[in-house]
Design a protein around this ligand. Structure first.
Ligand SMILES: Cc1cc2nc3c(=O)[nH]c(=O)nc-3n(C[C@H](O)[C@H](O)[C@H](O)COP(=O)(O)OP(=O)(O)OC[C@H]3O[C@@H](n4cnc5c(N)ncnc54)[C@H](O)[C@@H]3O)c2cc1C
Length: 267
């Protein structure tokens, strides 16, 4: 396929939370930029659950804090963290954080944290940044490589929709391409592991009746405390029916291959 050449000031690689946040800041400052994201922007397995106060303060500056607060988290759902032997079972300790509707104002920030799972946050930020051809975000566009000169960077990419090759000349290229960051590696920047990595598995499941069954014993996070078995959090993702249980190990890596349904039942 024939390609074409584009020109911008800042080329952001990666449209995850970091790349999209940078895009909003560049937009706010009136800087010319482009974002390349290899995926189609949909999030089917949310990592981010809560947006912290400092991030909410920045989102307020960029004019999106209210939309994040209105994304769907129910204002009457408890924000508590409870340490339990089982969800709905024996409770060891509870930190009472009230609900988004009832918590008192915080003395240190006007923007308290907000639950907004990534399958809501990601598409919301994508809309705010704006998708090509109307906006500067190119979805399904993969960076293949780049070369650096005194006055800028030349990047080569592929439009995954039709296989078209793309060349982008930019003054700056910013690596927002995740923890494994191919850009960081290509730039020869090391990220030595400080600790032996641990691998976890996240089980996402729906339990539409759980909230009403728990009643006042509901929590944002139930921290399971079952020595030798589950010792990890089960958190509500959407405040209604979607939950995430974290368990040790990963499928196919020699880790416990216990059935997800069995582990959810144990929890
Ligand atoms: C289980 C779990 C729970 C978490 N909970 C929270 C939480 O509650 N709150 C919170 O703030 N954080 C949370 N985090 C951390 C948060 O998810 C990460 O900090 C965040 O996703 C990092 O964002 P990022 O944009 O740097 O990277 P990523 O989210 O990894 O995004 C990188 C993007 O770059 C794209 N990309 C990669 N290579 C290329 C390429 N060559 N060309 C084009 N695009 C490319 C990828 O497709 C991807 O979309 C959690 C993480 C995990 C694992």
């Amino acid at each position: 396929m024939t390609g074409h050449t584009l020109d911008t000031d800042v080329l952001v690689i990666g449209g995850g939370p970091v790349g999209l946040a940078l895009a909003l800041d560049l937009k706010y400052r009136g800087v010319r930029f482009m974002v390349m994201e290899a995926s189609d922007g949909a999030v089917d397995h949310p990592k981010v659950g809560t947006v912290g106060p400092r991030s909410m303060e920045l989102f307020r500056r960029w004019g999106v804090a209210e939309r994040i607060r209105a994304a769907g988290w129910p204002g009457d759902h408890p924000l508590d963290i409870a340490w339990v032997t089982a969800v709905g079972g024996h409770e060891i300790l509870r930190l009472d954080f009230g609900t988004a509707d009832t918590r008192p104002p915080l003395p240190y920030t006007p923007e308290p944290e907000q639950v907004c799972p990534q399958h809501w946050l990601g598409p919301l930020l994508v809309r705010e940044v704006g998708v090509h051809p109307e906006g500067p975000l190119r979805l399904r566009c993969r960076l293949d490589g780049f070369t650096q000169a005194e006055d800028g960077v030349t990047a080569t990419a592929t439009d995954l929709a039709d296989g078209t090759a793309l060349t982008v000349r930019a003054r700056y290229l910013v690596a927002c391409d995740g923890a494994a960051s191919p850009v960081r590696k290509a730039a020869g920047i090391a990220a030595p592991a400080r600790y032996e990595p641990l691998t976890f598995r996240n089980i996402l499941f729906r339990a539409p009746l759980l909230r009403s069954r728990l009643g006042p014993r509901g929590a944002l996070v139930h921290f399971l405390t079952r020595p030798g078995a589950l010792r990890y959090p089960l958190r509500s993702m959407d405040g209604r029916e979607l939950y995430r249980l974290t368990v040790p190990g990963a499928v196919g890596r020699g880790a416990p291959d216990e059935d997800a349904g069995v582990m959810v039942s144990q929890a």
